[in-house]
Write a protein that binds this ligand. Sequence first.
Ligand code: FUC
Length: 859
Amino acid sequence: MELTKVQSIKNYLIILCLVNVGIASAQTQSNDPYLKLWYDKPATAWEEALPLGNATTGAMIFGGVSQEHYQLNDHNLWSGYPQSGNNPQGLEYLPQVRKAVFDNDFDKAADLWKKHLQGPYTARYLPLGDLYLNFNVADSTHYYRDLNLNDAVSTVKYEANGVHYTRETFISYPDKVMMIRITADKKGVIDFTASLQSKLRFSVANDGNGKLILKGKAPSYVANRDYEPRQVIYDEPKGEGMNFQINLKIKSDGGHVEAVNNTLQVSGANGVIIYLTEATSFNGFNKSPGLQGKDPAIEANAGLLTASQKTYEQLKQRHVADYQQLFKRVSFNLGADVDMVKQPTDQRLRNFSVTNPDKQLQTLYYQFGRYLLIASSRPGSAPANLQGIWNNQVSPPWGSNYTTNINTEMNYWLAENTNLSECHKPLFNFLKELAINGAITAKESYNIQEGWVEHHNSDIWAKTSTVGGYDHDPKSSVKWSAWPMGGAWMSLHLYDHYLFTGDKAFLSKTAYPIMKGAVQFMLHWLVTDPKTGYLVTNPSTSPENTIKINGKEYLVSMASTMDMSIIRELFQSCISSALILDVDKVFAARVKAAYDKLYPFHIGKHGQLQEWFQDWDDPADTHRHISHLFSLFPGRQISVFNTPELAAAAKQSMIYRGDVSTGWSMAWKVNWWSRMHDGNHAYKILGAAFNYMDPVQKKEQMSGGGTYPNLFDAHPPFQIDGNFGGTAGMTEMLLQSQNGEVELLPALPDAWANGSIRGIKARGNFEIAIDWKKGKLTKALIKSNQGGNCRLRTPIPVKVVEVNNKAAVGDNRNILNTPPKIPIYKKADDVKLVDISFNKGYEIDFTTQKGKTYTIIPQ
Ligand code: FUC
């Protein structure tokens, strides 16, 4: 009893220390001492190493004492080169596939698709190289290494032979350089040998001037299946394959730097600074990197030259300022238990229990998600791939590619609501490229002359064609290859960016043309079902799941709920955009006419949201993809407020599918339960994210997700989507804005009794801070970046102080924030729906002025 009291006083004190009041954004917040991942031993497994990145260069730092290892990546370094992959047989066979589906011969349809409509797999994202620093140290004491999320700097410290050594590393976005500084508290004791290597073809030389240069060549092909006769192909005679270069320069204070063979040897130095720059010959998604590539030496050398003209301190200052301007927009505090935070991060993960939760580990995990997005996706970089930017394998799981039936999109779920809009931009740039290639795929494979399409996977070459292989690859499956919905789904990110930022120029110049192209494709892809008269997709899958009818599994049918949901959201976003921009009235009317004919949602006989065209759902099915809940999240068309019956059906589907699944699947579930306003259920699933995943004892892929010692999400194996989806879901628990209103604390779990979050964002371009105690809202600040009406929903009655609260409910709605149109649906007779009752809270409207912050307090 006594102990608990002391503990809660301690917790409270820590909360008080960390909370800073008065601003909606967290920008001025000082460094949080607990915002670090730290360990008391070096990494041995890759999933223990710590990630750094400026979105173009990535490094995993192992922190060894006798040998330091930096595993390096470049965002553009992929196998292969631009290839179309469009399967022209589609022109002849698509009508046959469709006929087979309409004839209910799903096996024939799947067989035809597999034989005639598949295309090659994607290229693979490759590791760049490795930097090793070999020290003459056998034993050490007082070992410590960390990754500080406050400044994106990683530090290693230890004591050896009575000397305290410190190594500090960061990768700068403004200066495009990786910097390492080695210091010691005694003079003349720093001795080591630096060498560069790569898992790809490479040679290393020194330039006689303290610089080491690694020149490398990527394979033109890496196999996708281990039974392919040729696994890694270097197409040297023709010259295909990407070239790359790593430059390493060492400056020492005192002592000597000597080039010995292909290494640099440092001896007797007081302090050392290491510069590393790198570049590839990547010259755009549509140029051969081997035959039309850039010279990587030019970029790598220029980077080194500019960086070496600045001091270490200048470079660090510029790096920290750049990083903090993004990272520090948001602070999140649930309190910290001083005994728990004393433990190394991997130990805390092992100790995690939902009944006595380590609250600070949750906020650390939250901020780590934001950190990872800043480190892997910045303007000018490629979008974050399946592993962000960090990969050490020539043949990584799933090629570490862009898997667009969930994973790529999930990477960006946190971009807007955690106030990292800029980090969303690489995805938009990628969409521009996909729209170009996808228009050719639409024509060549489907004879669709307007718009563009992207299928299940893509890569740095902006591949848009189908995957699965041409040769009837036994491991390929139509349950994922027959999915032309990636472009449509990703286009919704454009509209969401607009809703969060209010950037009309972006909507008109970038978003609308791409979105319109995705709509145009779908207008042609949809066909009329002769039996029902509705517009349907055919063929259609519900990603990676199978239909079970009388004990037999089928791969395709028509009008899966996910297809229809994506199309509905896309059409609506396009119609709204045309209205906002006051363009394309005739086209918008055509889209609206099609929208009204879309095959509707159905509530099935188990009270579930039907996944398939017909009521084939199996309540015992626990498949990780629950794609038919798309409209609950990330979509907006199913909501507990606007469509309670559909929401109840979605809840029933979630209950049937269960909680335990792969990393990303559980992250999606956190978002869904938040949208159901069931914070405790969301929290229960979030708790599973803290399952310690041992990187050495490899777990089965589908056995249930968790987190590795370095806080990377485990599918398993490592996939970054779960980190991003987890952070997004935690934000959804505290703030939602998809229903035309800003909702505070919609799904606050009991376990987060006291806390505060500041700097997160709502649609309508509002920046928000929320404080709560004992589960009750105590204060909120809403900064209006845009002006317009703010419709606010809160769990308790509130008043807006400091402004005149006279606007009438219903008028002056912010157009950015209009609620989604309510879709039609059908319900089987006599179906019982599960209960979804929850506290609907209170609604007020008030007019905001651009730039003003409004204080909300309980009434
Ligand atoms: C899809 C998922 C898998 C995995 C892979 C990268 O195929 O079904 O679980 O996430 O993408």
